[in-house]
Ligand binder design. Sequence first.
Ligand SMILES: NC(=O)c1ccc[n+]([C@@H]2O[C@H](COP(=O)([O-])OP(=O)(O)OC[C@H]3O[C@@H](n4cnc5c(N)ncnc54)[C@H](OP(=O)(O)O)[C@@H]3O)[C@@H](O)[C@H]2O)c1
Length: 200
Amino acid sequence: MGEPMRICQVVAMDEARLIGCAGGLPWWLPADMRRFRWLTDGRPVLMGRNTYESLQLRPLPWRYNIVLSRRPGFSAPGCVVSGSLEESLRLARSWLEAPEGPAWRRPGAALFVIGGAALYRDTLPLTERIYLTRVVGRCTGDTHFPELVDTEWRERRCGARPADSRHPHAISYSVLERRRIPEMLPPARRPSACAGGHAE
Ligand SMILES: NC(=O)c1ccc[n+]([C@@H]2O[C@H](COP(=O)([O-])OP(=O)(O)OC[C@H]3O[C@@H](n4cnc5c(N)ncnc54)[C@H](OP(=O)(O)O)[C@@H]3O)[C@@H](O)[C@H]2O)c1
C-alpha cells in the first residue's frame, strides 16, 4: 500500500456554525460552489444519504461518489453505496490505489468528506484537514457543524471576498490543519527536528 490516506472535510458554515436548512444549503454562493468543485474534482468524495438527496439524487460529476446509508437496499445511481464508515474508507482507498482509474482521477491519497452534519461529526476524529468557508453573518436553518476545539487546529486564512450582487454574504476561506501532539507541548518540551523529532 502507498502513502496513508488523508481525510479532509470541505464545509461552509456561518458564524453560528450553521450548514443546512430544510435539507439544503442555507445560501446560494456561486464562488463557494466553484471552490468546492476545484477542491474535489478528480477525488473520492464521501457524503451522507441526506446530502446525496439534496443533490437531486445525482452523483457529482468527475468525482468518485460514496454515499453512506444504513438502509437495506438503498441505491444511488452513479454512486457507490456503503453501509459503514470503515467500508467507505476501504472503498476510497481501493479507488485511489487501483492501477487503472478514470482519466480525470487526480493524484494524491485524500478522501474528501462533503457532509452533512452527521458525516462531519463521525469523521471529525479521523480528519486531518478542514477546507472551511466562513459565511459572514447569521443565516436561517436547522443543521450545524460540530463544535471545534480551537487548540486542536491551526488555521491558515487563504482568501476572502466581499458580498456583491450575486453573493448576499461576504465569505472567507481557511484551511484548518490538525495540530500534531508535539506542537501542543510548551516549546521547551517539543522535540526538535535536529534531535530526531518530527518536523512540521
Ligand atoms: N454547508 C455545507 O458545507 C454543507 C455540506 C453538506 C451538506 N450540508 C447540509 O447538511 C444537511 C444534511 O446533513 P445531515 O446531518 O442531516 O445528513 P447527512 O450527514 O448528509 O446524512 C445522514 C445520513 O447518512 C447516513 N449515515 C450517516 N452516518 C452513517 C454511518 N456511520 N453508517 C451508515 N450510514 C450513515 C444515514 O443514512 P440512512 O438514514 O439512510 O441510514 C444518515 O441518516 C443538509 O441540509 C445539507 O444541505 C451542508
